[in-house]
Ligand binder design. Structure first.
Ligand code: NAD
Ligand code: TYD
Length: 342
């Protein structure tokens, strides 16, 4: 299968690209990524000589970049990871780039996929489109979309456009919605890698509000496995929730990280809450489990320990990506060239 993966230089996309190339020896991937602050070719350094992986630097919200890549390749499927992905940025820096990439970019990809007869379009979405839960219950695929922050709103908008492309034009679409991911190569702005980085530097760990907001955590490779099975075996037009059923308050995660690093809980600092902060997420992934046989394979404690170890061992990586240095250096360091389609 020949795949267009967008956003494949980011956290989840790079893990997905590596996993697909390892597990499907017949597959080829063209990886279209703009390399924003969150996209980093260092995440793909081990793949630079892999003939089944072609990197193209480009913007999903540019019709020129999108049509160029679709003209140069005949894709069987598109897996759309490309997004502005951080809630706090969408709140504090404004939603403009989120609207551009997450909504306009998705529509341009849908149009190109339809025009070129792509067999399947998989949209990588999030549990945040459902809004917030009360003290009981879980999100199912039937839960109404009630996004509460600009990031979530743009992801919900994209989901609606993907659904509409299936309904109006008969494009074969699948949407996956996953809970909070963690693992190697996550940009140190999201809770887990940020807390690890701060603890290693003996800095204060900023916990929003009372720290009792609940997120449902999943190891990134389990998410990638869920996307892969939905891509290959999911039914056209369906939505699949992906979650590992490990929903706990943020404070518990932060304390666990401190314990793994042998750092004192006195490093925790309660700070002003995020505006409109969703109180609780919990995912019901029974549909994916029942219909496609997916199961999370990485118990939370083992996966968190492995993630903390990875950040300890790869301090140079997160210090560089955080400072933006890699962007100046990636070409000379790794000999990458933007392999743009003609
Ligand atoms: P990320 O921010 O680490 O990576 C996003 C990637 O998209 C980067 O490589 C970036 O360069 C690229 N990108 C951004 N704008 C682009 C544009 N205009 N054109 C081309 N590429 C562009 O994000 P992530 O955490 O890996 O998330 C990937 C996808 O998964 C997103 O769609 C996100 O909504 C979804 N998701 C994330 C989580 C999570 O916990 N991180 C959970 C559920 C769903
Ligand atoms: P985050 O990793 O930003 O993911 P999301 O907002 O998509 O769930 O945040 C996870 C949780 O951690 C969320 O409830 C906000 C909280 N949080 C903090 O308490 N402090 C922080 O510095 C960050 C980044 C997040």
């Amino acid at each position: 299968m020949k795949l267009l993966v967008t956003g494949g230089a980011g956290f989840i996309g790079s893990n997905f690209v590596r996993q697909v190339l390892a597990q499907h020896p017949g597959d080829e991937i063209v990886n279209l990524d703009k390399l924003t602050y969150a996209g980093n070719l260092e995440n793909l350094a081990d793949l630079k000589d892999n003939p089944r992986h072609t990197f193209v630097r480009g913007d999903v919200a540019s019709s020129r970049d999108v049509s160029r890549v679709f003209r140069a390749h005949a894709f069987d499927a598109v897996v759309n990871f490309a997004a502005e992905s951080h809630v706090d940025r969408s709140l504090h820096m404004g939603p403009r780039e989120f609207i551009r990439t997450n909504i306009l970019g998705t529509q341009l990809l849908l149009d190109a996929a339809r025009k070129r007869g792509v067999r399947r379009f998989l949209q990588v979405s999030t549990d945040e489109v459902y809004g917030s839960l009360g003290p009981e219950g879980q999100f199912t695929e039937q839960t109404p979309l009630q996004p509460n922050n600009p990031y979530a709103a743009t992801k919900a908008g994209a989901d609606c456009l993907v659904r509409a492309a299936g309904h109006s034009h008969g494009l074969d679409i699948v949407i996956t919605r996953c809970s909070n991911n963690f693992g190697p190569f996550q940009f140190p702005e999201k809770l887990i890698p940020l807390m690890i980085a701060k603890a290693l530097a003996n800095e204060r760990l900023p916990v929003y509000g009372d720290g009792l907001h609940v997120r449902d955590w999943i190891y990134v490779l389990d998410h990638c496995a869920g996307i892969d099975v939905a891509l290959r075996q999911g039914a056209a037009g369906e939505v699949y929730n992906i979650g590992a059923g490990y929903d706990v308050p943020n404070l518990q995660i932060v304390k666990r990280i401190l314990a793994l690093l042998d750092k004192p809980e006195s490093l925790i600092e309660y700070v002003k809450d995020r505006p409109g902060h969703d109180r609780r997420y919990a995912m019901d992934s029974a549909k994916l489990q029942r219909t496609l046989g997916w199961r999370p394979a990485h118990p939370f404690d083992d996966a968190l320990r492995a993630t903390v170890d990875w950040y300890v061992q790869n301090r140079a990586w997160w210090e560089r990506v955080r400072s933006g240095e890699y962007r100046k250096a990636y070409d000379t360091l790794y000999g990458w060239r933007d392999r743009k389609a003609p």
